[in-house]
Write a protein that binds this ligand. Structure first.
Ligand code: CP
Ligand code: NVA
Length: 332
């Protein structure tokens, strides 16, 4: 495992979870645990006072915008939110120009955009940490919050059986990456034609082997096989942002992939249900499941704040709490 220090993430980018080692991912989660407890205990320290974070949203957002904006403010930083067509990349501004100008204004950049190549290009020009707030390929901050939530619900991440039923999209990709790093048993079931890219599956298997996490990764087309004995069942919208013109076709193609009580009956009896939201009741999940006792969707959404506070503080150079370092060491 890697050498972990309190500032090992300072100055780094988070463009996808495989940018992190398993220990570094655990450090983010345990920092969120420590910071959340400290905040609840009345410790409202503002370690990023005097700094600014640009939050650029080129797709719609409710949870991500709220949690980054409030999270940055709670850390003491000024959140410069640009969620319109008239700001960061307006009037045909090249990515290089936007990055090189933001270098003068802010200490961190959060970006939600379409192509992963755009955030990679931004990061290549930015002198400050760049954080992926969702691209077509990945949603790393969501999965950090999800795994924090599972830990809070008493689940040990290593060895956890997680099933994702639905589109082989940014969420599926990122569960595979996070599961590979945390040593989970990850099963993904998608309709034919909507599978995760085989090259991504290979990268996750290779990372699991390189770090010796023990993760098991299975991808296929059978929701029941994926959910069988699972500790957690995840799903996501069948039509992601940018795919709206395919909605009618997707509704037809995804029949059989709705998370119903019958599908949940194949999971462990204490299985939890999670969804990054927004959800479409009656499409990818029925109300009996998402609004039922196994669902922890609101804790999941709420933890976006804590996971992203941890990401912003660590990448912007705030030392990790000793409790977080100790917790990671104790997990090895
Ligand atoms: N889960 C999530 O990222 O929500 P928003 O798209 O509303 O930010
Ligand atoms: N897959 C969804 C996730 C939304 C948070 C999308 O990209 O629209």
């Amino acid at each position: 495992m890697s050498d972990l220090t309190s500032t090992c993430l300072a100055g780094r980018d988070l463009l996808r979870l495989l940018d992190l080692t398993p220990d570094e991912m655990s450090l983010v989660i345990q920092t969120a645990v420590a910071q959340k407890a400290a905040w609840a205990a009345g410790d409202h320290d503002a370690p990023l006072a005097g700094k600014a974070v640009a939050i650029i949203l080129e797709k719609p957002s409710f949870r991500t915008r709220s949690s980054f904006e409030i999270g940055a403010a709670r850390l003491g930083a000024h959140p410069l939110v640009m969620a319109d067509d008239h700001s960061a990349f307006s009037r045909g501004a090249p990515v290089k120009d936007t990055a090189c100008i933001l270098n003068h204004f802010v200490e961190g950049i959060v970006l939600r955009t379409f192509a992963q190549s755009k955030i990679e290009e931004l990061a290549s020009w930015a002198d400050v940490p760049v954080i992926n707030a969702l691209t077509d390929s990945y949603h790393p901050c969501q999965i950090l919050a999800d795994f924090l939530t599972l830990q809070e619900h008493g689940r040990r991440l290593k060895g956890l059986k997680i099933a994702y039923v639905g589109d082989g999209n940014n969420m599926a990709n990122t569960y595979l990456e996070g599961g590979a790093l945390m040593g989970m048993d990850v099963r993904v079931a998608s309709p034919s034609g909507y599978e995760v890219e085989p090259s991504l599956v290979e990268q996750c298997r290779e990372a699991a082997a390189r770090f010796g996490t023990g993760a098991q990764i299975a991808v296929g087309n059978d929701p029941v096989a994926a959910v069988d004995g699972a500790d957690v069942v995840f799903t996501d919208t069948w039509t992601s942002m940018g795919d709206e013109d395919q909605h009618a076709r997707r509704l037809a193609d995804f029949q059989g992939f709705c998370v119903t009580p019958e599908l949940m009956s194949h999971a462990d009896r204490d299985a939890l249900f999670m969804h990054c939201l927004p959800a479409h009741r009656g499409e990818e999940v029925v109300p009996e499941v998402i609004d039922g006792p196994q669902s922890i969707i609101y804790d999941e959404a709420g933890n976006r704040l804590h996971a992203q506070k941890a990401v912003m503080s660590l990448l912007l150079g705030v030392p990790a709490p000793q409790d977080a370092l100790d917790a990671v060491a104790s997990m090895r």
